[in-house]
Ligand binder design. Structure first.
Ligand SMILES: NC(=O)N[C@@H](CC(=O)O)C(=O)O
Ligand SMILES: [Zn+2]
Ligand SMILES: [Zn+2]
Length: 340
C-alpha cells in the first residue's frame, strides 16, 4: 500500500508550552484535528480562567482546536473543576504525582487530599488523565509500582471515573488497562519505536530521554501489540514535549521527546512494520474520541508512502529558540499529504 486515507487523527496528549516555544511548535501539530493540551506550564494551569486564557494563546499561535486540561493540585476546588467542565472550558483534569516528571512540583503528594475532587469528577463525568509513576524506587519500575500502589486503589474507590493512563510504557500497564473498566491509555511514538537499549547502547542519546523512561524491548513489544491490536482502549497520544536543544544536550538533560512534526508518519511506519495499517485509523482517529465521548473528526488525512525514506525533520529554529525533533533511528517511508 502506498496511499492511506483515514479520518483526521487527534493527539490525545500534547505539550504546546507557552510564549516563543508555543509559537514555534503549535504549527507542527497541524495534521491533528484536536489535541488534549497538557497544563504543566510554569506556573501550571489550575483554574478555568487560566485555561481559557491559555486556549486563546494557543489558537493565536496557530493550533485551532485545543482541548484544555486543568492541573490537579491538593488545593483544587471540586466546584471549579465541575464548573469549568460543564461550561466547556476543559475536557479533562491532569494528575501528576509531585516530582514525577517535568513541571510536576505542584502535583499531588497526599492522594487522600484529592478524594473529594475525584468524587465530584466521577459524578459529573469529568475524565482524569494520569502520569502513572511513583516518585521513588527504581526508575524502570516506577510505572508498575504506581499501578499497584496508587492506581488500583484509586480505581477501586472511584469505579465510574473515566481514566486515561498516559504514555504507557510497560506490559504491566497494558495488562492493567485490559483488566479494568473505564480506563484507556495513550501510547507515544518513541515508546513504540525505541527501547532503553536504543537510548543507551551506542552512547547516550538525550533526545530519546523522556518520562516514563524507555523500557526493555519486551515492553516495547507489548506496546506495539496493544497499539496495533484494534483494542479500542489504546489510542494515539504523542506526548510531544519540546525542550530547547540546549536543555536536552546538557549535563542534566530535560525529559521529553519532540515528535509532533513527524509523529503521524512514525505511527504509520510502526503499523506498517506490524502489518496493521488497516488498524491505524482506529488507533489514531476513532478510539480516542470514543474514550472521551466525542465524535470523530469529519474530514480526512492522506498518508503517502515513498520508496525512498522521507528525511527526518531538521532542527526547528525561530524566536531565538532551537528544538530538535525525535530521530526514529530507522527509515520512515510515510509522510502526510499537505493540503493547501
Ligand atoms: N514526557 C516527558 O518526558 N516530559 C513531559 C512531561 C510528561 O508528560 O510527563 C514534559 O512536559 O516535558
Ligand atoms: Zn507524563
Ligand atoms: Zn506529557
Amino acid at each position: 500500500m502506498d496511499r492511506l486515507t483515514i479520518r483526521r487523527p487527534d493527539d490525545w496528549h500534547l505539550h504546546l508550552r507557552d510564549g516563543d516555544m508555543l509559537r514555534l511548535v503549535a504549527p507542527e501539530s497541524r495534521h491533528f484535528g484536536r489535541a488534549i493540551v497538557m497544563p504543566n506550564l510554569v506556573p501550571p494551569v489550575t483554574t478555568g480562567a487560566q485555561a481559557r486564557a491559555y486556549r486563546d494563546r494557543i489558537t493565536e499561535a496557530g493550533f485551532a482546536r485545543p482541548l484544555m486540561t486543568l492541573y490537579l493540585t491538593e488545593e483544587t476546588d471540586p466546584k471549579d473543576v465541575t464548573a469549568a467542565h460543564a461550561d466547556g472550558t476543559v475536557t479533562a483534569v491532569k494528575l501528576y504525582p509531585a516530582g514525577a516528571t517535568t513541571n510536576s512540583a505542584s502535583g499531588v503528594r497526599d492522594f487522600e487530599r484529592i478524594r473529594p475532587v475525584l468524587t465530584a469528577m466521577e459524578s459529573a463525568g469529568v475524565p482524569l488523565c494520569i502520569h502513572g509513576e511513583t516518585t521513588d524506587g527504581d526508575i524502570f519500575d516506577r510505572e508498575a509500582a504506581f499501578l499497584d500502589r496508587r492506581l488500583a486503589p484509586l480505581r477501586a474507590a472511584h469505579p465510574a471515573l473515566r481514566i486515561t493512563l498516559e504514555h504507557v510504557t510497560t506490559a504491566e500497564a497494558v495488562a492493567f488497562v485490559r483488566d479494568h473498566d473505564n480506563i484507556g491509555a495513550t501510547i507515544t511514538v518513541q515508546h513504540l519505536m525505541m527501547n532503553r537499549t536504543d537510548m543507551l547502547s551506542h552512547g547516550m542519546r538525550p533526545h530519546l530521554y523522556c518520562l516514563p523512561i524507555l523500557k526493555r524491548d519486551t515492553h516495547q513489544s507489548a506496546l506495539r501489540e496493544a497499539a496495533t491490536s484494534g483494542d479500542p482502549r489504546f489510542f494515539l497520544g504523542t506526548d510531544s514535549a519540546p525542550h530547547p536543544t540546549h536543555a536536552k544536550e546538557a549535563t542534566c538533560c530535560a525529559a521529553g521527546c519532540f515528535t509532533a512534526p513527524h509523529a503521524l508518519a512514525c505511527y504509520a511506519q510502526v503499523f506498517e512494520e506490524e502489518g496493521a495499517l488497516d488498524r491505524l485509523e482506529a488507533f489514531a482517529a476513532l478510539n480516542g474520541p470514543a474514550h472521551y465521548g466525542l465524535a470523530p473528526n469529519d474530514d480526512t488525512v492522506t498518508l503517502l508512502r515513498r520508496v525512498d525514506p522521507v528525511p527526518v525533520p531538521r532542527r526547528l529554529e525561530a524566536h531565538g529558540l532551537t528544538v530538535t525533533p525525535f530521530d526514529p533511528g530507522r527509515p520512515v517511508h510515510w509522510h502526510v499529504e499537505e493540503t493547501p
